[in-house]
Design a protein around this ligand. Structure first.
Ligand SMILES: [Zn+2]
Length: 98
């Protein structure tokens, strides 16, 4: 392959390096309409225009795993037990049970 990282990494439809250089050379607000419109909607080209390259994807945090069904049921049971104890205590304090 003759493609190198230095060459435009543009995906189809994205701005070329020359178009991004053109955007840099014009005054703010004076960019050609088609280029500005693409730049406004394309995160990739925004990164290339601002940083000169695509941003490397940051270290992505592993998403926490949802609890297993057993753990979820155990948690629900503990919550119900705590609520039952609370209402039992409430009844006791209200004098409704001996
Ligand atoms: Zn683009």
């Amino acid at each position: 392959m003759s493609d190198t990282k230095a060459a435009s990494p543009a995906a189809p439809g994205c701005l070329t390096d020359a178009q991004i250089a053109e955007l840099h050379s014009v005054a703010p607000g004076r960019a050609p309409d088609a280029l500005a419109r693409h730049l406004a909607s394309c995160e990739r080209c925004q990164a290339r225009a601002l940083f000169g390259a695509e941003r490397r994807p940051g270290r992505t945090k592993d998403r926490p795993q949802p609890p297993t069904l057993r753990r979820a049921l155990l948690l629900a049971a503990l919550v119900l037990a705590a609520m039952a104890a609370f209402f039992w205590t409430l009844q006791k304090l209200a004098g409704r049970i001996e």
